[in-house]
Ligand binder design. Sequence first.
Ligand code: AMP
Ligand code: MN
Ligand code: MN
Ligand code: MN
Length: 281
Amino acid sequence: MKSAGPNVDLHCHSTVSDGALAPREVALRAHANGVDVWALTDHDEVGGLAEAAKAAREVDMRFVPGVEISVTWAGHTVHIVGLRFDPSNTALVEGLRKTRAGRADRARRMGERLAGMGMPGAYEGALPFAGNPELISRTHFARYLVEAGYCPDVQTVFNKFLGDDCPGHVPMQWATLAEAVGWIRGAGGMAVIAHPGRYKYTPLQFAALFDEFLDLGGEGIEVTTGSHTPEDARRYADVARRYGFLASRGSDFHSPTESRADLGRLPPLPPDLKPVWQDWL
Ligand code: AMP
Ligand code: MN
Ligand code: MN
Ligand code: MN
């Protein structure tokens, strides 16, 4: 849906992490869908940003460097989106490298777990799905398990085997919240809490997360995202108002066949919220 303002999509993935399309293809699809301001936000990796920026320039679409950093907070994973930073910043690049480092070993352990559950060869099967060998993720395992016929689609794999509370999931110790926000801000960027509706925290924990994030200099929260139900969007619009967060909008597009929302195809933000892009345009 196109609002009166620009069509802004600040969350999506390419083959550099767990998306199905190359950065250039994601850019062209965003443009074709009417996106005016676009960020590519691969997991823990900025390696796709140069190609994305070039493709965006070719079609005259405004590009914003992005990343989605994996964080462990109170024993669970939280994703922090960084926007409009310097992708060559040394501390950020090194921090992301460190964050990615445990993935290969975790993938082998995930393969062992799945083998124990009657699905042998999943590690070897998932590897070819990972466009970036440093960034093998649960999504690549899910695509393999669909191809191998264990599940009809990726969502079913997560529901049955790989979701956070499922037996095939091998938890990781990711970056701390302070590290992630620090790397983004140190590189001149803005930190945004991704899809808060996905986290299973108590109300007290959510309050502590938002307070800590603000104390660290975090500024934004996703309100309109492909990961939210309409009720989630209303709830986190209220959170944005109460905490004074800037509001973000992003599809979290991964693939034409797997994603709930396509690039640029989301409702607009509630008009009273201050968008993260208020000073960019
Ligand atoms: P990882 O970073 O390897 O733990 O994988 C996380 C990725 O798996 C997320 O970015 C999503 O793309 C996907 N994912 C996680 N949980 C779910 C879920 N419940 N349903 C669908 N996809 C999910
Ligand atoms: Mn993902
Ligand atoms: Mn995420
Ligand atoms: Mn994402």
